[in-house]
Design a protein around this ligand. Structure first.
Ligand code: BEZ
Length: 250
């Protein structure tokens, strides 16, 4: 499933990602001189914070449009697929915020992360945990099903349980130091139309107009009773899986 990102929409509707990042940034605790890989760096907002802490950071992302914004900030970034990491014992830490849930083969990604880290290196991050944005995922599945499509193929996200993700890390030689599911209601600064347009472009792009507009309206109608209050304010219910793990010695 192709991901397409608009840098301006991301800046407008994706601010919550940075707003939620304080605790994992503290968990990463970047130190001056450390080599750090920021996996799924997007427009480089957090990459810049890691650099400001004195670390030598490189950001990777698949979106050329978001990387262009990161480059304008003077950051060292590269277009690369996290499934295909070719670093060997180069980094003191790998960091990832709100990116792993977009990746189709997490085992392959974690394999590359383990290879990229020096022994004792840290893998710290957050991704959507089991039940993340459940109402939105269910609404999108429902509109696909109503059109005779396969609801199981409607959305690409990987939202594992702690047990599932912990087992994946351990199976790749990591010792899990911290892991928690963190529920977080996020009031939107904009509206659900903007959120869906930014984060679910892959979904709506599969429909031609005028069908696309009908699908969008149907999804909004399904979501409104749960996620929009009487004042027209929208909230998204995130559940983040936060983790810190250490690569074993070999
Ligand atoms: C998240 O930040 O949890 C998220 C955002 C957009 C799509 C999927 C997950």
């Amino acid at each position: 499933m192709l991901q397409r990102w608009s840098a301006s929409d991301f800046a407008k509707n994706g601010q919550f990602i940075q707003d939620m990042a304080g605790p994992i940034f503290a968990l990463l605790a970047p130190k001056p001189g450390e080599r750090i890989l920021d996996l799924g760096c997007g427009d480089g907002t957090l990459t810049a914070e890691i650099e400001a802490a004195g670390a030598d950071v490189i950001g990777l992302d698949v979106s050329a449009e978001l990387l262009a914004v990161a480059r304008m900030k003077g950051l060292s970034v590269k277009r690369a697929d996290a499934h295909d990491l070719d670093y060997v014992q180069e980094f003191d830490a790998v960091f990832s915020n709100a990116a792993l849930h977009w990746m189709q083969d997490p085992a392959l990604v974690i394999d590359g992360v383990a290879r990229a880290l020096r022994p004792g290196g840290r893998f710290v991050g957050e991704l959507g945990g089991h039940g993340n944005i459940a109402a939105i995922a269910t609404a999108l599945r429902a509109v696909v099903k109503a059109r005779g499509g396969d609801p199981a193929q409607a959305v690409p996200w990987y939202f594992p349980t702690m047990e599932e993700f912990g087992a994946l890390l351990s199976g790749h030689g990591f010792v899990v130091r911290e892991m928690a599911l963190v529920p977080r209601s996020t009031p939107l600064k904009g509206d659900m139309h903007g959120w869906l347009g930014t984060f679910c472009r892959f979904f709506f792009d599969r429909f031609e107009e005028p069908e696309r507009s009908h699908v969008l309206e149907e999804a909004l109608d399904l979501l409104r009773p749960s996620l929009c209050d009487t004042q027209g304010r929208w909230t998204v219910n995130h559940i983040r899986l936060r983790f810190s793990a250490e690569r074993g010695p070999s």
